[in-house]
Design a protein around this ligand. Sequence first.
Ligand code: ADP
Ligand code: MG
Length: 248
Amino acid sequence: MTDDILRTTDLTKRFGALTANDEITLSVERGEIRGIIGPNGSGKTTFFNTVTGFYEPDGGSVHFDGDDVTGWKPHRLARRGIGRTFQIVSPFKNMTVRQNMLAVQTEDGSSREEKRDRAGEIMEFLEIDHVADNEARGMSGGQQKLLELGRVLMLDPELVMLDEPAAGVNPALESRIMDHIHDLNDDGTTFVVIEHDMHVMKTLADSVSVFDSGNHIAQGDFEEVSQDESVREAYLGGTTAEDDEVPI
Ligand code: ADP
Ligand code: MG
């Protein structure tokens, strides 16, 4: 029996005449790292926004860890256990890294000291503790992505949804981010990760969901989906290719 932590059923989001998510049915198993791939504009970020309460769905449902959480607001979902990062990171630039961490409203009854300790541990884990008292504006794009992950971890989420965690990040930092995701996953955190880099996806994801034009068109392990005819068509525009990998 599978143990789904997240399940969407016919989840739909429209922007006027455009259906950005068209009846997306998708389940994520507890403990896995799920990748989401798909061409630009295929609805990946919209899916995150609808699941995490930033958009009100036009149809369908979202179940998380046994609860129907459809229509819940972002704040409530975050406290319930869904953490997420954004494609465009936006730390409070005039605050220090530590202040950014402490600005997360945990509301779990922990004292100021406990919160400071937790922030310290997370910054150490992510190896950003040496810049803890620097202003966030001085961080590289990659370090800002680590800070954003750190802020998400302050809420001790069961599920973390990452929107392009490696985009614009230098290779050394990228491999560190991937290591952190693996370590957190080993400790039981489930991940859903949107990522364009196929090499990252191949090594990171246990299974991959493919989006195309607002539809969830395929799911399986990396090898399966990269062989899938409809996936090839989505990426190749209907031409037949001889090579084995999805060319993006
Ligand atoms: P992806 O993340 O896969 O690149 P998005 O989910 O960002 O795709 O976008 C899917 C489609 O929805 C695109 O055509 C995009 O222009 C449109 N879209 C996304 N967000 C909005 C919005 N807030 N208002 C109007 N259209 C939007
Ligand atoms: Mg996107």
